[in-house]
Design a protein around this ligand. Sequence first.
Ligand SMILES: C[S@@+](CC[C@H](N)C(=O)[O-])C[C@H]1O[C@@H](n2cnc3c(N)ncnc32)[C@H](O)[C@@H]1O
Length: 303
Amino acid sequence: MNNQKGFNSIWTDNLARHKHPNRNALIDHLRTIHQEHAGFTEVCASSCRDRVGRNSYEWLAEVVPVNEVSNVLDLACGSGPLLKILFDRNKNLNLKGVDMSPEELALAKIRLKNSGTSLIETNAQNLKVINDNSIDIVLCHWALTLMDPIDPVLNEVKRVLTHKGQFAAIVDGPMNIAPGYKKVHDLIYSYVQEEIPSYGEIDLGDPRIRRSESLSILVHKIFPGANVTIETNVVSIEGPVTQIAEIAAGFFYATFVLKPEKRKLMITSLSKLLTVSKQSNHIKRLGRFSMPISRLLVVPNIK
Ligand SMILES: C[S@@+](CC[C@H](N)C(=O)[O-])C[C@H]1O[C@@H](n2cnc3c(N)ncnc32)[C@H](O)[C@@H]1O
C-alpha cells in the first residue's frame, strides 16, 4: 500500500522485523510497485547514455544481429522499450516478451501494437509457455537483479535456448566505476534506513547477481563450458538538477518506501549532491547522475 506512511508490503514488514522475506513476499512486493508505477524503469534507463550516446537498452540490443531472422525473448520485458528498439531495427525478428506484471504488459501492448510481438504474463521461474530449444537469443534488461530464486530462472533460460542460443542481460555494474554513484546510493539508502534499518542489508533479489565475481560463478554453474563475459559501462544524464534528482531517485526501488515528507527531504539532499554548476538560481542549476552497468553475455561453447 502507498499512503502517507509510504509504501509497505509483507516484504517490507518482514524487513522491519529483521526477517528474510520469502519468494511470495518478493513477488507480491514487486507486483504492487509495478501496478502503481508501471513504466518507471524506462524513465531513467532510456535517458541515461554512455560516452557514444547509447542507452542501456540500445547497448543490450546490439547483441542481436540486425540482418538475421531470429527468435528473441525479452525476459521481464516491462513496458516493452527493448522490444520496440529490436522491432524498429529488424522487422523480421520473431519477438516475445514475458513479465509477471499485467500493468507493465498493458503498456507494452500499446507500444508494440501491430508489431506481431507475443506478450505473455508469467513468472521468469516458469516459462512453460515457451517450448524447449525455441529461442535464439534471450535478453533481460535490469530485472535479473530482482529475481529470487534465480537458479530456476537461469535453468528455464537454458531450456528455451537453441543449442547455439545466447543469453545477455543488463545488471548492476561495479559502483566505483561511475563518478559519484556510491554517494548517491548511500544517501538514498540512509533515508530509507531511517524507515527500515535492514533495507540494504537485505535487498530485492539474489545478491549474487549484483557482483561480477558471484554472477560469473553462478552462470558458469548453470551453463557449464559456456563462454561468459561481463563488460562494464557508465551511463549518465544531465539537466536541471531537481529534475535529475527525481529521475535518479525514481530508479531506486528503495525510494518507494519513503513517506512523502521524507522523500522531499531526500530529493533536496540528492539535488545538492548531483549539482555540477553553482548558479544562484537553484531552478537553473545543472545536475548530473551517472550509473554503472554491466552487460552479461553467455555464449555456449559449441565444438
Ligand atoms: C526494473 S523493471 C525492468 C523492466 C524492463 N525490462 C525495462 O528495463 O524497462 C523489472 C521488471 O521485472 C519484472 N519481474 C521481476 N521479477 C520477475 C519474475 N520473477 N518474473 C517475471 N517478471 C519479473 C517486473 O514485473 C518488472 O516489469
